[in-house]
Each structure stands twice: as C-alpha cells, then as structure tokens.
Design a protein around this ligand. Structure first.
Ligand SMILES: Cc1ncc(COP(=O)(O)O)c(C=O)c1O
Length: 385
C-alpha cells in the first residue's frame, strides 16, 4: 500500500460480528481476563495480555497499527502527549552516567527534561542543529535526539547523515519528526532507531487532541511498552479515536498547508514591512537543498517564520492585530496560529544561544491552517500595515 491508502486502512480493523470497519471507542478500563469460557489468557494482537487500559486498549492499538504502517516501522506506541512519548523514551533508554545529546534549537521541554535528568547522573549536551555538528559530537553509547526541522527558524537537518554516523559509532538515534511528518520523511527508514511524533500537531491535525507516538523495531517497542505500562503514559481511547480520524486526511492536509505556507512565505518576502522570511521551501533558503535531498516530496510543511521591521514592539503589534489568525502556541492544525518565539518556543533558551540561532525579538512564527490563503494574506496585510 502507498501512503494515502495506509493512512486510511493501516489500522486493519474489521469486526466479523457486526461488519464494522471503523475502530470503535473501547471506553473500558478493564477486559475480562482470563476468558471465562476457555480459561485462556486474552491477548492483544501484539501478544501482550489484554486486561487493563493503562497497558493495552483495542482503540489505541488500532491507531498504533496505522502509525506503524505509515512510519514504515515494525511497531508503534501511542502516548498521552508528545512529551509522554519523549519522557518514557528517556527513562527507558538512559541510565546513570549516560550522555544525551539534543538539538540546541529543539523543543524547549525536550531540552529541559534532558537537563533535569542530570539529577539522576545523566549528562545532557546541546548540539548545533546541523549534521556536521552532530557527526563531530556523537560518540559511542550516546543517546541522540535530533529534530528533522527545527523550531522556530526552520533549519532542516540532514538526518540520514546523522543516522549513518550514529550506526558507525554505536549511538542510539531518536528523531523527533513532528515538523516534517511521515508524509515527507520517515526516520526509521532513514536509519534512526526510533521516530517520535507529537500527534497533537499535523497528525491529529484539528487542534483538539494532545497525543504522541514512538515508532521503531518490534524489540525496541516491546521494551518501551513495559516503561509505558509502569509510567502510565498511554493515550486514552477517545483521543486515539480522534487521532485515527485525523490521520486519514494527513496527506491532503499536509499538501494544502505546504502550498499555503509557500504562497504566504513568498508574499511576505515581498512585503515592505518584513525584513526576512524563514521557510525551507523558499528558493532563497539555505536549507532548501537539504530538504530537496532528504524529503520524499517537494513539500516543506505549514510553518514559516518572519522578521518584522521595527523590532519587538512592531512584532507584538502584528500579534495583537491579526483577526482570523489566532495568537496561540502549537502548529499543524486546521486553524492558523501565530506565536512570538522569544516568549514561547525559545522562552527557556539562554539568550546567547537564541541570538546565535537568529531568534531575534522581531521574529514571529506562523503555522498556516486550512483557511483560504487570500483571507490569510489580507489578515497579515492589515496587521502589518
Ligand atoms: C517538535 C516538538 N516535539 C514535541 C512536542 C511535545 O508535544 P506535546 O505538546 O504533544 O506534548 C512539541 C510540542 O510543541 C514539539 O513542537
């Protein structure tokens, strides 16, 4: 099956009894165990006991089958949030004395949590967002967490190059693929041990669910399953139902969002009140060549950033004056959202790192939604005027 078909049918659910082929919401905390008629242990299709929804739930499991198919991985696990996926993975893989390397321009909470684990004897280091920097830094035994596209300056990292180096030296690579999605990039296929996605963003896609997932080999996911069980970070069945619904339209939404983002990036590049636009799809972007080499399609996502002439006060004024576009954190959903990274994505970043990365105080990040691009242009024009 090709991607669009996997998005729709990858869950593989069919109920022989009723003929239903849409996975229902199994809103049940527990399941009869053992089966009374046979005395047999009731198993999920993963081979684990189906008895309690903190461990395993059939709706969540249907989503996990779909996610594994879409990521091109042997198996996947769904979590209560992207951070649920990341924290469970950290605790499963790190031990006293381990070293974890994260992207300097990574998701703030991912970096903070890595640093917080120093109290258990883990060593955390931040690496410049480029394959060259990771290749130079990564040593045997490291746990490495790279983000395919960084936030908010939208640098594209040559993940296959980092994966090759990690394999050569014996390091474990996890790729947070939230900004790229499996529509254009599949970390496990590119050689990473695991792909992490915040499902909250493009994959669920409607700004109404918080969720996360990890995809990888059967063995890796089996170990992580145990940690998820102990930590209680599984997704709930209703959320899984919503993500399964959103997943079906991921490809069409991602195509449309990418087209709108490129159109708006080009529009803003020509706007007299805008100093600079950061978007990997622009021909002026230094990251376009990496994107075109590593992404499966010429699509660059629905997020772009731009610098407003006149500094912080003008940027904040734009944030206040947009009407259709909402000032709110998050991305990849149906509604267009605008954020001021200095007080959101980069809030916890040391000022020195922030400025080195070009996260200046006139920078705004726009996540385009499914509104008509002309309405978004008019909204931005009015706010910038
Ligand atoms: C790249 C990235 N990874 C992980 C997360 C965390 O995901 P969640 O908010 O679903 O916990 C986010 C959230 O913004 C993110 O942008």
């Amino acid at each position: 099956m090709r991607l669009a078909t996997k998005l729709v049918h990858g869950h593989g659910y069919f109920d022989e009894g009723t003929g239903a082929f849409i996975p229902p919401i199994y809103q049940s905390a527990m399941f009869e165990q053992p089966e009374r008629s046979t005395g047999q242990t009731r198993l999920s299709d993963r081979g684990t006991e189906l008895k309690y929804s903190r461990e395993e739930n059939p709706t969540v499991r249907a989503l996990e089958r779909a996610l594994a198919a879409v990521e091109g991985a042997e198996d996947a696990l769904a979590f209560s949030s992207g951070m649920g996926a990341i924290s469970t993975t950290y605790l499963a893989l790190l031990k006293q004395g381990s070293r974890i390397l994260v992207t300097m321009e990574g998701y703030g909470t991912t970096i903070q949590l890595a640093t917080d684990l120093e109290k258990f004897g883990v060593r955390a280091a931040k690496v410049w967002p480029s394959a060259e920097a990771f290749v130079e830094e990564v040593k045997e035994g490291d746990l490495v967490l790279v983000e395919t596209v960084t936030n908010p300056t939208l640098r594209v990292v040559d993940v296959p190059e980092v994966a090759k180096h990690c394999r050569e030296v014996g390091a474990t690579l996890i790729v947070d693929n939230t900004f790229a999605t499996p529509v254009i990039f599949k970390p496990v296929r590119a050689g990473a041990a695991m792909a992490v996605e915040s499902l909250t963003k493009y994959i669920a896609g409607h700004n109404d669910v918080i969720g996360g997932c990890v995809a990888g080999s059967r063995g890796t996911i089996g170990d992580l399953w145990e940690w998820r069980r102990k930590l209680g970070t599984i997704m709930s069945p209703f959320e899984a139902f919503l993500v399964l619904r959103g997943l079906k339209t991921l490809e069409v939404r991602f195509e449309r969002l990418s087209r709108t983002a490129l159109e708006l990036a080009e529009f803003l590049e020509d706007h007299p009140a805008v100093e600079e636009v950061l978007y990997p799809g622009l021909s002026s972007s230094p990251y376009k060549s990496i994107a075109d080499r590593i992404f499966e399609r010429r699509l660059y996502g629905g997020v772009l950033s731009f610098k407003v002439k006149g500094g912080r006060s003008k940027a904040l004024e734009v944030l206040r004056r947009v009407r259709i576009i909402k000032p709110a954190p998050s991305l990849g959903g149906t509604e267009s959202l605008l954020t001021y990274p200095v007080i959101s994505a980069a809030k916890t970043m040391p000022e020195e790192d922030r400025l080195k990365l070009g996260i200046t105080d006139n920078l705004l990040r726009l996540s385009v939604g499914l509104e008509d691009p002309e309405d978004l242009k008019e909204d931005l024009s009015a706010a910038l005027a």
